[in-house]
Structures are given as structure tokens and as C-alpha cells.
Design a protein around this ligand. Structure first.
Ligand code: VTB
Ligand code: MG
Ligand code: MG
Length: 321
């Protein structure tokens, strides 16, 4: 178990990353926004009493200056934990000041997070309340939509599927349309896309399908575990170089379908703060001396979701009135 008091401390990590990224909202510079988020995230992580290892980060040691895979974070005094980060998920959304960019990280006992190489992952996810295996990566989109509709007691036309809007998904999108489903096409951001399947309510999305980053898959799996639902992922290793990288990272079965709990096992905690407004979180608000942030913390082992709205004041710059 991760020390419960430590869990709340993680709020600062994504808050600071989101505030740093928000300074770059709408400025068309994805790299600067990402770098600012990563630097802020690392700064806060290194203040925490933990012996952390980045297992999912901003890249390999030689290509990422900050939060590279293998980097040690924390003060070194504390529990040995795995850290997965996406300091700015949806860099393009942030650079264009479009909805849905977030700062996100996961923490889990050492060994609990899948060491996913930086490749795409095929994903399928549904919210809670369905029989196990109601959808499956190995079935066609049509079959999955029909199975989900029947489990839900509705028509396929009443099912909403979210898919990243990419040319590589043309056949998938066509298949969903043939099945009669409604599609929510995401310009970016499948972590939020997957988590939103667990929301009930009128505008709910029932199913997420398609390929996106493997890192995002692990982060989404951690959060979905907490709110309930089912998810599967399979790494797309479509070149020898990618297969070699996966093997070097200790992956034995290259075609393995990972269940949600295999991607993020044990007492995983996922924390996310909104950068721009989105379906999951409100973006950073800055009004004069006060900066407001909106953060959610998911704790897998207890299924607790906490929402923290914070006001930050910069007395050094604005004084105390
Ligand atoms: C994926 C997805 C992310 O970027 O990594 C996507 O998982 C990149 O896909 O949520 P492309 O290479 O097709 O652009 C996000 O949408 C945002 O980081
Ligand atoms: Mg990302
Ligand atoms: Mg990112």
C-alpha cells in the first residue's frame, strides 16, 4: 500500500505542471508548453518523500532531458514506487487553447505499472456495470457495439463510441458507423476519453476504441480501475526496431493483450489537473493574484475519487492585501 498521506501530496505535482503549461496556452508552441510542464512536475516530485523511478516518462535517457525513463525522483527517503507521467497530455490542445489538455501522473508500488515502450497501443474500454468480457479487442467493432448494446438493453444506434480522429482509424470509424453507433471524434486525448466512458448520464460515452500512446493506455488503465470498467490494451509493435525495444524492456509475449489490472496493478494512484477546460476537468483560471486549479485523484485500491479545487496566491509578486 502507498502511504495514504502521500497520496494527497501528489496534488501539488500535477497542479504545478498544469499551471506551468497554462502559461503556454494558445501560444502555438507545443514543445515549450510540454517542457514547462515537465520541469514543474519534476520540481514538485523531487520534494516528495519517496524513492521513485520513472517507468513511463518523456522518453529515453538520451532523448529526454527531464523525467526520462529510469530517472530517479523524490528525496530518496520513502517508499520505492513506480512513477508514470504525462506532464502535458494533449500538447496540441494546449498550444491551440482547445479543450481537454491535462497534466497527469500515476504512482504505484515498485513493479506495479506496465513498463510500456513508447509505441502505440490498441485500446478498448467501457465503463462499469457490464459482464466481464462484454467487449474484446479481438472482436470486430460491429460485434463489440452489438454486444454492448445488448448488455445495456439498448439499440446499437443508442451507443456512443469515442475514437481519436486519425486517418489510421478510417476503417474503424466506418465500421462503427455501419454498426449504427454515434461517434465522438477526439482530436486528442484518449486518457480522458477512456475515463469518460465510466461516467453515467445523458451525454455519456459508452465505449472507447482505437490506438493511442501506450503510456496514455497505462495512465488511463490506472484511473479506470478506480472508477470501474473494463479495458484491454495491446502494444503495436509493427517494426523490428519496436519489437527489439519491447524485448529490451522485458516484454516477453509481444502480442499480449493486457487487461486493465495488468497495466496498473496494486495500489495505483492517478492524479490529473486540467490545463484547458475539458470533459474531465476545468482548466487553470488566472484572475489577477489568484490562480485556480481543478484536480482529481483516483485511488485504485479503495476506489476513492477526490476532487480538489485550489486557489493559489503569489504573495511575492502580488502582495498580500
Ligand atoms: C496519442 C493519444 C494521446 O496523442 O498518444 C495521441 O494517446 C498521438 O496520436 O492522448 P498521433 O500520433 O496519432 O497524433 C494524444 O491524443 C495526446 O497526447
Ligand atoms: Mg500524451
Ligand atoms: Mg505529453
Amino acid at each position: 500500500m502507498v502511504d495514504r498521506t502521500l497520496i494527497i501530496e501528489l496534488v501539488r505535482v500535477t497542479e504545478q505542471a498544469a499551471v506551468a503549461a497554462a502559461r503556454w496556452r494558445g501560444r502555438g508552441d507545443e514543445r515549450a508548453a510540454d517542457a514547462a510542464a515537465a520541469a514543474a512536475m519534476r520540481g514538485e516530485l523531487n520534494r516528495l518523500p519517496l524513492d521513485g523511478t520513472v517507468v513511463i516518462g518523456e522518453g529515453a535517457r538520451d532523448e529526454a532531458p527531464l523525467l526520462f525513463v529510469g530517472e530517479k525522483v523524490g528525496t530518496g527517503q520513502g517508499p520505492a514506487v513506480d512513477i508514470a507521467v504525462d506532464p502535458l497530455e494533449g500538447t496540441t490542445l494546449c498550444a491551440k487553447d482547445m479543450p481537454g489538455s491535462i497534466a497527469v501522473m500515476a504512482l504505484a508500488p515498485a513493479g506495479a505499472l506496465l513498463r510500456a515502450p513508447d509505441v502505440y497501443m490498441e485500446k478498448i474500454a467501457v465503463g462499469p456495470g457490464y459482464p466481464p468480457g462484454v467487449v474484446d479487442l479481438d472482436r470486430s467493432p460491429e460485434d463489440n457495439i452489438r454486444a454492448l448494446a445488448s448488455a445495456k438493453g439498448v439499440r446499437p444506434a443508442d451507443i456512443t463510441v469515442s475514437v481519436l480522429d486519425r486517418p489510421r482509424h478510417a476503417a474503424l470509424i466506418a465500421a462503427c458507423r455501419r454498426a449504427g453507433a454515434s461517434l465522438r471524434l477526439l482530436t486528442d486525448g484518449d486518457i480522458a476519453g477512456i475515463i469518460v466512458t465510466a461516467r453515467t448520464g445523458k451525454a455519456a460515452v459508452d465505449l472507447h476504441i482505437g490506438s493511442g500512446g501506450a503510456a496514455e493506455g497505462v495512465l488511463a488503465a490506472g484511473a479506470l480501475r478506480c472508477v470501474g470498467g473494463q479495458m484491454q490494451g495491446r502494444l503495436i509493435l509493427d517494426s523490428q526496431e519496436k519489437r527489439d525495444r519491447a524485448v529490451a524492456m522485458g516484454i516477453v509475449d509481444l502480442a499480449k493483450v493486457y487487461d486493465m489490472t495488468e497495466m496498473a496493478s496494486g495500489d495505483v494512484v492517478v492524479v490529473a489537473t486540467g490545463v484547458t477546460d475539458g470533459a474531465l476537468l476545468r482548466g487553470v483560471r488566472q484572475g489577477g493574484a489568484v490562480i485556480e486549479t481543478d484536480t482529481v485523484i483516483y485511488r485504485g485500491s479503495s476506489g476513492t475519487v477526490r476532487r480538489i479545487r485550489a486557489e493559489h496566491r503569489d504573495f511575492a509578486k502580488f502582495g498580500r492585501d
